[in-house]
Write a protein that binds this ligand. Structure first.
Ligand SMILES: [Zn+2]
Length: 538
């Protein structure tokens, strides 16, 4: 295989070969046919969409010496010398490099030299938005009185950064992102003609991950050709991209739908063990859920870049997920994504979101199945004493009765703590300030209907004690607990509590029980810790 990169080898050489930018090439061809050539063009659009390729074709078209109507002919001496990069009349300047700045500085002088062999000298300024003010000024002077034999093409991914004085002197063309179909068909053609063996699913993943850029797609294919022995497989593409198989993401959603927390957690752990980034898994999961939402709301299948079979499976999943629950699930994983950025353990927020999302379905089902129970005394959950219960594995798939706060009854400390995150979440829309202040305290006691909040700092305590803040907290707290409650604020610095707690060493059970995931299983599912085993060292 030739060493030249696929991207260069498969660069379009005629206007007709440019894919996905017909609105640009047609206009340019018409103008050239009428002999209307501008002295400055702005090519704006995402990377890898053909801006510099079209600029090079333009250079050939305006200089082609063929008599035929098709220009460029790609056969005359001028065309050939331009294609091979030998021509002195095509000058490409990378505005992002230091040399580029020097080149622009020299420009005012050099533009006045006549072209060496062609009719027009064509300057391509790539990444034009990166030019310094000084360089823009030099360019502007030239554009104000362009020599008749000079054409400028400014290519940029960020046209809004180009000064208006420059913009007003350019004819602007906006290049579109390449569609998945266009990317796929070009990649297929390349593979066919280059004799590259590749699984269709692998090709599709390359196209999809290139997000509308030919250059990205083709350089990805290049890398894979270099490291694959025979056929390029989907697994190889996934390994290179660090993406999670879409099958795994689908399965994860199935586990959520089936209410199978254990299987969901296993899948996450397996994926991470296999070297996948939990953040990437979360991103793909969100993308999948968003797809389900589009399907459910009739947002149009065309918006989804998926195959027919995948679409059919997604539709089946979407049927099982009520829109409201779907929205809640998306919110959970979206929040997990944010927490993953700040946490030291990126896997944890994902696991917690999975537990919550799965639980949500179980609760809904229970609510549908069971009519509201008559009021009964508040249930108290069993303490975590292993000796009192027969050993068994945590009944994750069981649907134990979740203790509910009965109306008009005061809650226990455990229940208040359990629902504290809900209280915070419900306060947030009213006041982010109060919500933030409450993060520096925790419920430490409940006497009757009074909940005592222990604050770590005096300042936060005093802020919450202000009447309007206290009223808000009490109102929301009462709503969440289903009965009127008042709050009492005390100072409870973290250090003191830690000293108290650490008087004796923690038992293995206490250590394990502090794990947020275990806590979630215990609190939400009524699971209990049967036994804690230390893994053999080494
Ligand atoms: Zn020619």
């Amino acid at each position: 295989m030739a060493s030249q990169a696929l991207y260069r080898r498969w660069r379009p050489q005629t206007f007709a070969e440019v894919i996905g930018q017909e609105h640009v090439t047609r206009t340019l061809q018409n103008a050239l046919a009428d002999g209307r050539v501008s002295h400055a063009y702005l090519f704006a659009g995402p990377r890898g969409t053909g801006k510099t390729s079209v600029a090079r074709i333009l250079a050939k078209a305006v200089n082609c010496t063929s008599d035929g109507a098709e220009k460029p002919c790609n056969r005359c001496l001028i065309c050939l010398s331009l294609t091979e990069g030998r021509s002195l009349d095509l000058i490409e300047i990378d505005a992002a490099s230091n040399r580029g700045i020097d080149e622009i500085r020299d420009l005012r002088e050099k533009v006045h030299f006549a072209p060496s062999e062609a009719r027009y000298k064509l300057y391509i300024v790539d990444e034009a938005h990166m030019l310094t003010n000084e360089a823009f000024n030099a360019l502007l002077k030239t554009l104000e009185e362009p020599p008749p034999h000079v054409i400028f093409v400014l290519a940029t991914t960020e046209p809004h950064k180009i000064p208006a004085t420059i913009l007003s002197r350019c004819q602007r063309f906006d290049f579109h992102r390449i569609t998945l179909q266009d990317l796929l068909s070009k990649l297929r053609r390349i593979c066919q003609e280059e004799g590259i063996a590749i699984e269709p699913a692998a090709l599709e993943l390359i196209a999809r991950s290139a997000t509308g850029s030919f250059r990205d797609a083709e350089s990805l294919l290049d890398q894979l050709v270099a490291f694959a022995d025979e056929e390029i497989t989907l697994a190889q593409v996934q390994a290179l991209l660090g993406t999670v198989p879409s099958q795994a993401v689908e399965e994860l959603v199935d586990h959520i739908l089936d209410g199978d927390v254990a299987a969901g957690l296993r899948l996450i752990n397996q994926a991470v063990d296999d070297g996948m980034d939990p953040r990437q898994l979360n991103r793909q999961l969100l993308e999948h859920l968003r797809g389900l939402l589009l399907i459910r709301t009739g947002g149009g299948d065309s918006l989804l870049n998926v195959t027919e079979e995948q679409l059919a499976r997604m539709k089946a999943q979407a049927r099982k997920l009520p829109t409201q629950r779907l929205v809640q699930t998306i919110k959970l994983f979206n929040e997990a994504g944010l927490n993953m950025k700040i946490g030291f353990q990126p896997q944890l927020p994902l696991e917690l979101a999975l537990v919550e999302a799965t639980l949500m379905g179980a609760q809904e089902e229970r609510a549908r199945a069971a009519p509201p129970r008559p009021a009964s005394p508040v249930q108290k959950r069993g303490a975590l004493t292993p000796s009192e219960r027969p050993r068994r594995t945590p009944p994750v798939r069981e649907t134990p009765a979740i203790p509910e706060v009965e109306s008009k009854a005061s809650a226990s400390l455990e229940q208040v703590r359990d629902r504290w995150p809900q209280v915070l979440a419900a306060i947030k829309p009213h006041s982010r300030n109060v919500e933030a202040l409450l993060k520096s305290c925790e419920p430490i006691a409940v006497e009757g209907s009074t909940v005592t909040l222990g604050f770590y700092y005096t300042f936060h305590k005093e802020k919450i004690e202000e009447p309007q803040h206290a009223a808000l907290v009490e109102r929301v707290l009462s709503q969440v607990l289903g009965a009127p409650h008042r709050i009492k604020c005390t100072l409870s610095p973290r250090d003191q509590r830690r000293v108290k707690k650490e008087k004796r060493p923690k038992t293995k059970h206490e250590v394990v029980a502090e794990d947020p995931l275990i806590r979630a299983a215990v609190e939400k599912y009524g699971a209990h810790i049967a036994d804690v085993q230390t893994p053999p060292s080494g």
